[in-house]
Design a binder for this molecule. Structure first.
Ligand SMILES: Nc1nc2c(ncn2[C@@H]2O[C@H](COP(=O)(O)OP(=O)(O)OP(=O)(O)O)[C@@H](O)[C@H]2O)c(=O)[nH]1
Length: 355
C-alpha cells in the first residue's frame, strides 16, 4: 500500500445572492419607493491545520468542497442571508498548491493555523441602493458576484521531529503506539512497515512532537530497494533520530551489535544529512531479559558498539521507560525548535491570516 499523502480537490466558495428589485406596496399609495434588499455574500472556504490529523486520505474520496450561496435579497428592505462558510481540516505540514499553475499558495505549518482558501462573492445590490433625486423608482439591481473557485493540490509534507531507525522487528511500530495517538499495523514478522507510521506524541496539554519511522531502512534501502527515498522528504526537519535496537533477538546467533552497525552503515549511505542528525540509542525489549542480567547486557552492548551518546532502556510493549524517553525527546525537540521558526514573510499575501 502506498502512503497516501497527495490529493487534488476542487474548492468552490459560494456565489453572492442577487439584489432584489421591488417596490413598497402601501395602502392608498400608488407608488411606494424601492425596497429591494441586497443579496447575501457567498460562503467562504477556510482551511485549518489540525494537529490530530496525519493523512490526506479523506480528500481522496470527497473531491469537491462547496460553501453555500448567499440568499437573494427580497422586498421590504430584506437583505439575503450570507451563504454558509465551510472549514476544511488538513494535517499540519500540508502544502497547498494551485492546480492550474503549480504555484505553492501556502504551507500549513503551525497547529490550528486558519487561512482563507476561497472568498465568497459579494451579494448584488437591491434597487433600494439606486434610489436618487432624479430616479425615485429605480428598477436596477445587480446580480451576486461569483465565489472564487479553483483546483487545489494538497501534499502532506510531514514535519516529523523525530525519526525512528531500526531493523525490522526492533519494535518501532510498538514504540510509536506506546507513546502516541497513532495506531500502526503491528505484526510479528519483518517488513510490516511498508508505509511510514506517524504519530503525534503528547507529553502535556500543549506539548507534543511528531514521530515517524523511516520505512525500509534496511540493508539495500539506500540503493532504492525500500520506500525510504520517497519518504525522505518528510524527514527534512527531523531534529533527532532514535536508533531502536532489539536487545533480545529471538534467533540464536543474531548479534544485536552487528545489526546496529548494519543500520548505521545504511544510514550513512542513505542520506548524509540524516546521518549528521543527533542520534540516541534506544535498547528495546528489556522485559525479555532477566532483571539480574540487564545492566550487564546493556553495558556490553554499549561497549562493543562503541557508543558514546545517550542511551535509553525501554520495553515498548510493557511501556517501561517510554514516558521518560518521550519527555526527554520533547525537551530536545523544543530546544531545537526555538532556533528554527518558520518565516512568515514567505507566505502568499492572497492567503494571509484571516482574523
Ligand atoms: N517482549 C517485547 N516484545 C516487543 C517489544 N516491542 C516490540 N515487541 C514485539 O516485537 C514484534 C515486532 O514489533 P514491531 O513494533 O512491529 O517492530 P517494527 O520495528 O515496527 O518492525 P517493522 O514494522 O517490521 O519495521 C512484535 O511482535 C511486538 O509485539 C518489547 O518491548 N518487548
Amino acid at each position: 500500500m502506498k502512503f497516501v499523502d497527495e490529493a487534488t480537490i476542487e474548492i468552490v466558495a459560494g456565489d453572492g445572492g442577487n439584489g432584489a428589485a421591488s417596490f413598497r406596496h402601501e395602502k392608498y399609495k400608488e407608488f411606494g419607493g424601492p425596497d429591494g434588499g441586497d443579496g447575501g455574500r457567498g460562503g467562504y472556504v477556510y482551511g485549518v491545520a489540525d494537529p490530530n490529523l496525519n493523512t490526506l486520505i479523506d480528500y481522496r474520496y470527497t473531491r469537491r468542497y462547496e460553501a453555500g450561496r448567499g440568499e437573494n435579497g427580497m422586498g421590504s428592505d430584506m437583505f439575503g442571508a450570507a451563504g454558509k462558510d465551510i472549514t476544511l481540516r488538513f494535517p499540519v505540514g500540508t502544502i497547498l498548491r494551485d492546480q492550474a499553475t503549480g504555484e505553492v499558495l501556502h504551507e500549513l505549518l503551525t497547529p490550528d493555523e486558519r487561512i482563507v482558501l476561497a472568498r465568497g462573492g459579494d451579494g448584488g445590490f437591491g434597487n433600494l441602493r439606486f434610489k436618487s433625486a432624479v430616479n425615485r423608482a429605480p428598477r436596477q439591481k445587480t446580480v451576486g458576484r461569483p465565489g472564487e473557485r479553483f483546483g487545489l493540490q494538497l501534499e502532506l509534507k510531514v514535519l516529523a521531529d523525530v525519526g525512528l531507525l531500526g531493523m525490522p522487528n526492533a519494535g518501532k511500530s510498538t514504540f510509536i503506539t506506546a507513546v502516541s495517538n497513532a495506531r500502526p499495523k503491528i505484526a510479528d514478522y519483518p517488513f510490516t512497515t511498508l508505509h511510514p507510521n506517524l504519530g503525534v506524541v503528547r507529553v502535556g496539554p500543549e506539548q507534543s512532537f511528531v514521530v515517524a519511522d523511516i520505512p525500509g531502512l534496511i540493508e539495500g534501502a539506500s540503493e532504492g530497494a525500500g520506500l525510504g527515498h520517497q519518504f525522505l522528504r518528510h524527514l527534512q526537519r527531523t531534529r533527532l533520530l532514535l536508533h531502536i535496537v532489539d536487545l533480545a533477538p529471538f534467533d540464536d546467533g543474531v548479534d544485536p551489535v552487528e545489526q546496529a552497525h548494519a543500520i548505521v552503515g545504511e544510514l550513512k549511505k542513505y542520506d548524509a544529512e540524516l546521518f549528521g542528525k543527533p542520534r540516541w540509542l534506544v535498547l528495546n525489549k528489556i522485559d525479555m531479559i532477566p532483571q539480574a542480567e540487564r545492566a550487564a547486557r546493556v553495558k556490553d552492548f554499549v561497549k562493543r558498539f562503541k557508543w558514546k551518546g545517550p542511551v535509553f532502556e525501554i520495553s515498548a510493549l510493557a511501556r517501561e521507560g517510554t514516558d521518560l524517553l518521550a519527555k526527554n525527546i520533547y525537551q530536545h525537540v523544543r530546544q531545537q525548535q526555538r532556533t528554527e521558526q518558520p518565516d512568515p514573510a514567505q507566505q502568499d499575501p492572497r492567503f494571509a491570516q484571516d482574523d
